[in-house]
Design a protein around this ligand. Sequence first.
Ligand code: ADP
Ligand code: MG
Length: 419
Amino acid sequence: AVGPAWVRAWDASEGAERATAAFRARFDAEPDGVWSAPGRVNLIGEHTDYNGGLCLPINLLHRTYVAARATSETLSDAVVNLASAQEAAAGLWSARLTEVSPGTVSGWPAYAAGVAWALARAGHAVGGVDAVVDSCVPYGSGLSSSAALECAVAVALDGLFDLGLGADDAGRTQLADACIRAENEIAGAATGGMDQSSSLRAQAGHALLLDCLDGSVRHIPFDLATDGLALLVVDTRAEHQLADGQYAARRTTCDAAAAQLELGTLREIDPGTLEATLARLAPDDAGTQDIETQDVETMRRRVRHVVTEIARVRELVGLLDAGRAREIGPILDASHASLRDDYEVSCLELDLAVEAARAAGALGARMTGGGFGGSAIALVERARVDAVAAAVAAAFAAQGLTPPAFLVAAASAPAARTA
Ligand code: ADP
Ligand code: MG
């Protein structure tokens, strides 16, 4: 039998000590402080962000730590020096902050230097900085190590240069905006704002209900431990090359459907009139090479996913508000079926993780994130966490797949100073 591999979350002192030791070794000096930010996992509301929908992430216990010091107070002479324990082979990266702009930074430093660039662009007085990163957030697993890095750097810069943004939600929204600009414009990854909003704005013991239409949030109590439950995350370690092209195709289809229906976004469709609305869609091949929109049944399934998924977010939030977390399992299952059958973004590994978890007693399970790999979540009895993980690991082994990695998620605190 193959035992499950757990990704351990560092506690604050371990994270701070690791980042501080790495900073000392790199710069032969003491950092001014250590800041950290969590990865996140989305409970429900998948592929709804670009349709003006709702999503519901929680912050992970797993965080990215940044030890840093300010080296100059003004932008004109600001130099950024960066190193990461996860990118040790890349060594030290250095640049003048005034030379950072879209297209000038490649690789991991784009996510970090991009935040300094975006804050400076927004008029904040950012200067030079030395920073060293260390992290226990899984890389490229759909758990948002990229936002954890950006948001840790954002609160570090906020603290080092007394920007005063970390103190309240309005300021944290500005920090999130800078992180989103860094990821979109400097790192060149076209992602929505869920990850950065969660890492900076979600609270411990709560999920973040994010309305992607206007950026407004509501904090939903989410403390599974009081119900004797746990959220198991399965990092499938799968990463299928389809992802980018398929993501673009889904966005195109959603935009085309909204345009045909003369709607701003698919959010505007009333779930009660969904079938009648779908019947109004027609094949759309005018000037587009996009295969999906040429097949009206495919188009309808894509829209059905988006509309039913937004309804499922509301339903799940209603249960959490009523203190009925134990009952959310079937909604997670329905979300997975919709993503697999209507939106067609699941894959063998995600389906296997979900099915094996359920067979081992999970109350509900679904893929989370964009799909074609990445992670799945399962709602399980606390006492069954190890058994469910072992069952999923065994199912992967039986199919000859790369062993998955496991972690337990509990809604944890947002980005902040750690030491
Ligand atoms: P995810 O956010 O799901 O983990 P992404 O592809 O969006 O996956 O982001 C992963 C990338 O973010 C890495 O390839 C690297 O460039 C950068 N990154 C994340 N964490 C770190 C880290 N601790 N040190 C250096 N780079 C990091
Ligand atoms: Mg990411």
